[in-house]
Design a protein around this ligand. Structure first.
Ligand SMILES: NC(=O)C1=CN([C@@H]2O[C@H](COP(=O)(O)OP(=O)(O)OC[C@H]3O[C@@H](n4cnc5c(N)ncnc54)[C@H](O)[C@@H]3O)[C@@H](O)[C@H]2O)C=CC1
Ligand SMILES: O=C(O)[C@@H]1CCC=N1
Length: 277
């Protein structure tokens, strides 16, 4: 289905690149279907053009805005300017997929043509390696076929769930921001390994494989995280000693607060943008 569609990216930042890289890597679309623009940073656009061998002649807003599928990948604060400047170029036979955190479909719908289909998407940067955990929610004018197209795009770069829009801020706090929490953990583990006497290379290699192995165990065994944790923890052993320290520092509470704060920030960002729109 995607083979026939053109895809235009507005914004050439890290999220656009992650999606683009994933789509091309999965061979879901070919380079000639893609167009992309960026604002002032033309060096960045040049870099992506060269890296993904994109067609330079298509890097015009007129081409991007007329794509069958427009992916809005600018920072939330830049969404009003984009839609106020270019929204009039869209038409009802296109779809707008917005990855902007916090921005509701109803707000987007107010600034695009007629009953254009708008879908809010929350992927994460792991889409660059085909492993995004993406949630999507349809706006008011999305047909089942259009939702399926959006699902297909993001399915090619990881897993996709369709959720009610009321859950999108929670998704943003958990899986949108989530890779950063895991990298934070990885940084901490690597540094800890070095403190324990390992070389940086050895510490990194063991950290990466430990995270990968644990994720695969969660995925492939289907067991609850708690059960898997118990299997590692021998009574009176090393793991128990380590976990007792994490409990002393209330790591579980810190993680819960982080996710809830990120969720609240998504709500705040949406409210701030709604005021300026
Ligand atoms: N980075 C992440 O992990 C995730 C980001 N998001 C969302 O993706 C969106 C983009 O985030 P990033 O890629 O991290 O930001 P970024 O700052 O790396 O990229 C945004 C790009 O948009 C360009 N831009 C700004 N205004 C523009 C305009 N008027 N016309 C054309 N281009 C314009 C900027 O020059 C910049 O290159 C944000 O709304 C964010 O909430 C969603 C999920 C995960
Ligand atoms: O930090 C942010 O605002 C974006 C949204 C989710 C991940 N990164």
């Amino acid at each position: 289905m995607l083979q026939e569609r053109t895809i235009g990216f507005i914004g050439a930042g890290s999220m656009a690149e992650a999606i683009l890289a994933g789509l091309l890597r999965q061979k879901e679309v070919s380079r000639k279907q893609i167009s992309i623009i960026n604002r002032e940073d033309q060096e960045r656009l040049k870099e992506l053009t060269e890296r993904y061998r994109l067609d330079e002649t298509k890097q015009r807003i007129e081409t991007v805005a007329k794509s069958d599928i427009v992916i809005l990948a600018v920072k939330p604060k830049d969404v009003p300017e984009v839609l106020q400047t270019w929204g009039h170029l869209f038409s009802e036979d296109q779809m707008l997929l917005s990855v902007a955190a916090g921005i509701s479909t109803s707000l987007l719908e107010q600034h695009v043509a007629g009953k254009m289909a708008v879908i809010r998407v929350m992927p994460n940067t792991s889409c660059a390696v085909g492993q995004s955990a993406t949630a999507i929610c349809p706006g008011s004018h999305v047909s089942p076929e259009q939702l399926e197209t959006a699902r297909l795009i993001f399915r090619s770069i990881g897993s996709v769930i369709v959720v009610d829009e009321s859950l999108m801020d929670a998704v943003t706090g958990l899986s949108g921001s989530g890779p950063a929490y895991v990298y934070y953990l990885a940084e901490s583990l690597e540094a800890a390994g070095i403190s324990a006497g390992l070389s940086p290379e050895t510490s990194r290699a063991l950290t990466v494989q430990t995270l990968l192995g644990a994720s695969q165990m969660l995925l492939k065994t289907g067991k609850a995280a708690e059960e898997l944790r118990r299997e590692v923890t021998s009574p009176g052993g090393t793991t128990m000693a380590g976990l007792e320290v994490l409990d002393q520092y209330q790591l579980d509470e810190a993680i819960k607060k982080a996710v809830l704060r990120a969720k609240a920030r998504s709500v705040e960002m949406g409210q701030q943008i709604a005021i300026t729109f």
